[in-house]
Design a protein around this ligand. Structure first.
Ligand SMILES: [Cu+2]
Length: 469
């Protein structure tokens, strides 16, 4: 397979993640095509200073960075060298759920390859991530190391207040070691979701960074299977939220604390006011499950450059359209309970929601369970209209919404583009694997979709735990 010079650049872009460097303005993307290749394969990763057998994208943990600009095409030659089927889901991306794009029905048997290809459109600049989506195998493949970042750049990234900030990707997940590697799954893990007592940032434990600007721009991504992260800065300094999930907000919002549920992203600006180091902290969060307490003193520490002063905050960011709830043609109720959506367990053959392309829908999602469940819809971003009857403080596009026990959120979901069949589910990976998921099909009037190919992902095949070679 011919991989050109851009592929090499793409892979190099991934390499930058290992040193946690990713600064806007430095990366020159050519118009057109970004092409790269990597595999999912058993390998050796370093976790808490120990070399452990893992499953890795491109031999790295986290996986290589996929970085492109709005309107550029990503062509990704992906090989499966795992002992079981796998595939890729491009979490949060507003791209087709069909063909070679974000198609969860693609199943790649061991030893085979597949070329993904898609073009994120205007207004999609943001932080995303990729992970496997082979039903019943997702939780294990993610826990043992399979996740990687995606950054889409757009015109807003060039504003001086953002471009001059020291930009860092921060992929967050917890780990537990046991025996010779990452802890194996126990029966209880499927119910509560698998967690560990150590939180890693880009695979590192309590890293300390020398910053290059008076303001940090952190692209935070929660790639944990189940751990919900409460995030705050040392001395309760304010942080300035500029983006949630894949989209910019209208203006920065100052926060003392942020809850980042599994799969969610948040971009924050951190000004270094007084030249002192700032730590990102993860205070304990009770999600209604017996979560092991983190042993971290901090998640990461940033040391500002001497004499640097913070950048001015951007006054305006994106312009987000309001959605009129009265224009919703369909109102749906979606009840979440353990392993079930609307009382039913996921079935590959069954379509749970049929909608029409062009419609705005209003979804009332309730958490009837006793622990938090993060609800994720593929392909179509939504706005939260109300949470427990109250309008949110600011407008945002989301792809994953966290629900505490007893909560109800009303979502406005515009199906403006991209027909096809895909999934909505709880993003505690173990819950989705156990059936807390449903199928949605959005078609133009009179449209028809062939049934998906027979499943190969179900039921464990081959090794369920990575082994030392
Ligand atoms: Cu759940």
């Amino acid at each position: 397979m011919g991989i050109g010079r851009r592929a090499a650049l793409g892979v190099l872009g991934g390499g930058l993640l290992a040193t946690t460097l990713l600064r806007s303005g430095r990366t020159r993307l050519q118009p057109g095509l970004v092409e790269l290749a990597f595999d999912a394969a058993p390998g050796i990763g370093t976790v808490l200073g120990r070399r452990v057998p893992m499953w890795l994208y491109g031999g790295r943990f986290p996986g290589p960075l996929l970085e492109l600009a709005e309107g550029q095409t990503l062509r990704l030659h992906f090989s499966n060298r795992l002992p079981q089927p796998t595939n890729l889901h491009f979490h949060g991306m507003h791209i087709p759920p069909t063909g070679r794009a974000d198609n969860v029905y693609i199943q790649i048997p061991p030893g085979e390859r597949f070329t993904y290809e898609f073009t994120p459109g205007p207004g999609t600049a943001g932080t995303y991530w990729y992970h496997p989506h082979c039903h019943e195998l997702v939780a294990r493949q993610m826990w043992f190391g399979l996740a990687g970042p995606i950054v889409v750049r757009g015109p807003l990234d060039a504003m001086p207040e953002l471009a001059a900030a020291d930009e860092r990707l921060v992929l967050l997940r917890d780990v537990a070691l046991e025996g010779e590697g990452l802890a194996a799954f126990t029966v209880g893990d499927w119910h509560k979701g698998k967690e560990g007592p150590h939180l890693l940032a880009n695979g590192e434990y309590e890293p300390e960074w020398r910053m290059r600007s008076g303001t940090a721009r952190l692209r935070l991504v929660n790639v944990a299977n189940a751990r919900h992260l409460r995030l705050a800065l040392s001395d309760r300094r304010p942080m300035f939220l500029i983006a949630l999930d894949g989209q910019f907000l209208e203006r920065p919002v100052d926060l003392e604390e942020l809850l980042l549920a599994p799969a969610q992203r948040a971009e924050i600006l951190v000004p270094f006011e007084d030249g002192r180091p700032i730590e990102l902290l993860a205070p304990h969060y009770n999600r209604g499950a017996p979560t092991p307490r983190l042993r971290n003193r901090f998640v990461l520490r940033m040391r500002p450059p001497p004499g640097a002063s913070p950048l001015p905050l951007p006054r305006r960011l994106a312009t987000l359209p309001g959605l009129d709830p009265a224009a919703a043609r369909v109102v749906r109720r979606i009840d979440l309970s353990m392993f079930l959506v609307n009382g039913r367990r996921y079935r590959y053959e069954r379509v749970d929601i049929r909608g029409r392309l062009g419609d705005l829908e209003r979804w009332r999602v309730r958490n009837l369970g006793t622990m938090d469940h993060p609800f994720h819809l593929h392909t179509w971003p939504f706005q939260i209209h109300r949470r427990n009857g109250r309008a949110p403080a600011f407008r945002a596009w989301r792809d994953t919404v966290a629900l505490r026990p007893g909560e109800e959120v009303e979502l406005l979901v515009p199906f403006r583009d991209f027909a096809g069949r895909t999934l909505f589910h709880c993003h505690i990976a173990e819950h989705a694997d156990r059936g807390m998921m449903g199928t949605i099909e959005i078609l133009p009037d009179g449209g028809y979709l062939d049934p998906p190919p027979p499943p190969i992902c179900f039921a464990p095949r081959g090794d369920l735990v990575p082994r030392l070679p």
